[in-house]
Design a protein around this ligand. Structure first.
Ligand code: EPZ
Length: 418
């Protein structure tokens, strides 16, 4: 089983190029299923999750070819509207096929995603939204069956601005009869790009990036090309590491997607310089403790919460970190405490007391972003750290150890058996 081995405390320096955004490319791939013809998506990161989604595309009948970051999806041959359990259980984002396949075929069968490392991940907002559009939803043996001759536009209001539910409903509504209005829609950059992509496919979507999205249904969509936006969570992960370990520059990044993080890094004493598509960070001489509460975009991303906790473990004081998006996303805390960190958690809040030094230790990944926080801790810690179960990190980061090694970290991937 692959693991990552780190000898900590190497200073970082140099430039790192940020990959395309995992959470943008996954829904864009499912949108391509709605059109006949070949769609080309550029700057696709080579991840476990993108490979899983390609597998799902092929199971539903699409033809895919993926090389050097460029993915072609031919939706003409899509003929099997079904997403099987053994695939959906490995990646919740598989649920994104529900809206597109229902819209295109009038019936679809998708396995209910299970929970994940940090708890249940319900899909009730997705299902209620589709029912509002006229779908008949039934659940049988762990599968969602959805049927609708033709979806009809409706007014849908989310009790929480769910990223996935917004994506699924926007795609389903794109070819519904009439107009759909989504209130309390997600505003994440990944959903903005999905809506923009659908419009290049012939959809008619307004209010993109606002909490109120209006979709005028069209008869059909056609194939279209797109280049994926930079991955703001990968970028944030590197910035947080640089906040303590050295001056690094990120290229091919969109600083405007990271305003909340950049503000917190400055509060912690880091220097930040940005241009249109780069960010340079200078480490804090004395890392200040900074409280943080996650929120939906443009707030501080929950996907950077674990990484922020890792940084605060060695701040010069105590900090309080609350996750308002997921109330139980703290599986990284027991692992970080194995480094000698001093973190207690209660409900959806972590209480971090800064310590002088972390000491390297063998630790275990539990999910994508928890793994990233363990790598950051290993880079900071004195001595050797071994991070196991790194298939989690490979789901969401492209060659992370190579990118950190190029910045001067002493980090290798050990894929010896046992
Ligand atoms: C997306 O997940 C991201 N995944 C997640 O990133 C990210 O953490 C999350 O958005 C929040 O930003 C992808 O884009 C593939 P939600 P999603 O629906 O869409 C509750 C990563 O590390 N909820 O916005 O599943 C839910 O339980 C991953 O890259 C319902 O109650 O997130 C959560 O508390 C992890 N019912 C909140 O809403 C629903 O039907 C936000 O979930 C849907 C969601």
């Amino acid at each position: 089983m692959d693991k990552i081995i780190i000898e900590g405390q190497n200073p970082l320096s140099g430039t790192v190029s940020i990959s395309g955004a995992k959470n943008a490319v996954l829904p864009i791939m499912t949108a391509a299923l709605m059109a006949d013809g070949i769609s080309r998506i550029d700057r696709v990161p080579d991840l476990r999750d993108t490979r899983t989604m390609i597998k799902l595309m092929e199971i539903v009948g699409a033809k895919c070819s993926f090389e050097k970051g460029s993915l072609k999806i031919d939706g003409s041959s899509v003929d099997n509207p079904e997403a099987p359990y053994d695939l959906v259980k490995t990646m919740r984002a598989s649920f994104y096929v529900l809206g597109p396949l229902l819209a295109r075929f009038g019936s679809v069968k998708v396995s209910l995603p299970g929970g994940c490392a940090w708890g249940p991940r319900p899909v009730d907002f997705h299902l209620k939204g589709l029912e509002k559009l006229g779908a008949k939803i039934t659940l049988s043996s762990g599968y969602i069956m959805a049927e609708a001759k033709r979806l009809k536009g409706a007014k849908i209001s989310f009790e929480f601005p769910s990223v996935g539910a917004t994506g699924n409903i926007v795609m389903a509504a794109a070819t519904a009869e009439g107009t759909t209005v989504i209130e309390n829609a997600a505003r994440e950059p990944e959903i903005v790009q999905l809506c923009e992509y659908l419009n290049t496919m012939g959809a008619s979507i307004q209010g993109i990036g606002s909490t109120r999205i209006i979709i005028d249904g069209v008869d059909s969509l056609h194939a279209a090309d797109i280049e994926v936006i930079p991955d703001r969570i990968e970028a944030g992960t590197f910035l947080i590491a640089g906040g303590l370990l050295g001056e690094i520059e990120l290229t091919n990044v969109n600083p405007s997607h990271l305003d909340s993080l950049l503000l917190k890094l400055k509060e912690a004493g880091c220097g930040i310089h940005t241009s249109a598509n780069s960010i340079r960070i200078n480490p804090a001489d004395n890392l200040k403790p900074v409280d943080m509460t996650t929120a939906v975009y443009p707030g501080f991303a929950t996907d950077l919460q674990a990484q922020w906790v890792a940084l605060m473990t060695v701040a010069s004081g105590s900090s309080v970190i609350t996750d308002t998006v997921y109330h139980d996303r703290f599986s990284h805390i027991p692992e970080l405490n194995r480094f000698g960190a001093n973190i207690k958690s209660d409900n959806n809040t972590a209480f971090v007391r800064g310590v002088n030094e972390l000491i390297g230790a063998p630790v275990m990944s539990t999910d994508i972003r928890a793994s990233a926080s363990l790598i950051i801790a290993g880079l900071i810690a004195k001595g050797q750290t071994t991070v196991s179960r790194i298939y989690h990190i490979d789901r969401g980061y492209e060659k992370i150890e190579e990118k950190f090694r190029a910045l001067g970290a002493n980090i290798i991937r050990d894929n010896s058996p046992g």
